[in-house]
Write a protein that binds this ligand. Structure first.
Ligand code: ZN
Length: 197
């Protein structure tokens, strides 16, 4: 059955989805009412058409700028660098940060062969250089694992001289952990206890 196999193949492309699960997903849509299938395809197409990277911070956005970059009450002199858009959500949940963000879309990884040029680092440097408002501090909030640490060292190296203060999330960060898995209190403490590097 060509059509069914084609759909199963599509689901197999999703990270973490094995052959059995892909088949279950496909059969779900085979048995589901037409309206549910239509809603699913519509949601997928609309998401692709409407969601794009914010041209300033590279988080996801539906408008021209994301909600944070277009919020004039944020402190544009304080810039927090994260690996992924979901890390922004985690930090926002703490309610203890009012600066803006920059999303790298990954970390430097020797094992996966991912170099600095694949991340939004050039964009970060040009953003800092061309910022109307002086950026007082860059907080490096990459994950506290091997890749996150290498990325942090690399960033600190190239940002030195461009900004007055570079800091790294500190206190209470579990080694090898991920920012988006951390509870709000731990993350709030890490923000407060950030150390100059
Ligand atoms: Zn933005």
């Amino acid at each position: 059955m060509k059509s069914l196999d084609r759909l199963i193949k599509c689901f197999r492309r999703l990270q973490g989805v094995g052959p059995r699960q892909a088949e279950r997903f496909a059969l779900h849509f085979l048995r589901a009412p037409e309206s549910e299938v239509a809603e699913f395809t519509d949601a997928l197409l609309k998401m692709r058409a409407n969601v794009h990277y914010c041209p300033i911070c590279f988080s996801y956005s539906e408008g021209s700028l994301c909600e944070i970059c277009s919020d004039s009450s944020r402190d544009f002199g304080l810039l927090c660098v994260v690996e992924e858009p979901k890390d922004i959500e985690a930090i926002e949940k703490t309610g203890s940060y009012n600066g803006v963000y920059h999303v790298l879309h990954g970390s430097i990884s020797a094992i996966d062969g991912r170099g600095a040029e694949e991340l939004k680092i050039k964009e970060l440097v040009s953003r800092i250089e061309n910022s109307e408002q002086e950026i007082r501090e860059v907080i490096i909030a990459t994950n506290p694992d091997t890749e996150g640490e290498s990325t942090s060292l690399y960033l600190a190296d190239i940002l030195r001289g461009l900004v007055g203060k570079i800091s790294r999330l500190g206190y209470g960060m579990p080694l090898g952990g991920h920012i988006d898995y951390m509870d709000e209190l731990t993350l709030a403490h890490s923000l407060k206890g950030r150390t100059k590097i």
